[in-house]
Ligand binder design. Sequence first.
Ligand code: G1P
Length: 296
Amino acid sequence: MAFTITKAVIPAAGLGTRFLPATKAMPKEMLPVVDKPAIQYVVEEAVAAGLTDVLMITGRNKGALENHFDSMPELEATLEEKGDTDRLDKVSYSTDLADVHYVRQGAPLGLGHAVLRAQMHVGHEPFAVLLGDDLIDPRDPLLTRMIEVAGETGASVVALLEVDPSTTHLYGVATIEATDEADVVRVVDLVEKPAQGTAPSNYAIIGRYVLQPEIFDVLQNTEPGKGGEIQLTDAMLTLAKENIAGGMYGVVFRGRRYDTGDRLDYIKAIVQLAVEREDLGSELRPWLKNFASTLD
Ligand code: G1P
């Protein structure tokens, strides 16, 4: 039987405290990156990889997220009356993008706990997990490649990026072994956010995973780890060490990735994406050069 995967899980229950006060009453996933909420990029990425069944793991205060992927009859009627089809298309695009479902996490017990909340919806099928803080440039497909590798190996696959050694403490970090394919590695060890200077490598987990459903049983038995939270990294370590459901592979990503997880990276992501936009880039680029020349 051909390997198919249809379901994407997007954890979106975080409080977004790094962006207060903007996130006091608005989910951080709704922060605009140029003119689209960050979460829409992630759903578009899942859909581009063929995953049209999206489950978001949310919490209190996430109503705006649900509204964004629902129809907005009054706004649509107004735009229709005006004959503004461009904007009408933008509004209905996110409504029709995917079949979006929601389940609440209930308590902020960690990424592993959030993923475990997807068990009922996912059932006994492989599935993808996409974290909203990492945006992957659509010109550099990553998830499609990960799904391909999961199909070839029958195992779980995590996305890895070589990062500067000074930043490894911000990520899950993998110890890897090469395979016959240049962009595919075997994951032999994992550590969640190692203390500075102690990381076993520079291969950091970025927020894309293709997981076999056996991860759910493992997560159920995973004790709280780093920060007192149930860590997905720890559950993947068990898959790797005990070679459960084929163990763990990594796809090493060498494309463009934008981090929107903290304020500085978020600003950089917006500038990087905006200069490349057809409708904004030609005016923004010269302005930016001029502005930069006024800085010391
Ligand atoms: C999570 C994971 C971590 C991973 C990171 C990627 O951490 O726990 O292993 O490297 O996402 O963005 P967070 O940044 O949500 O604390």
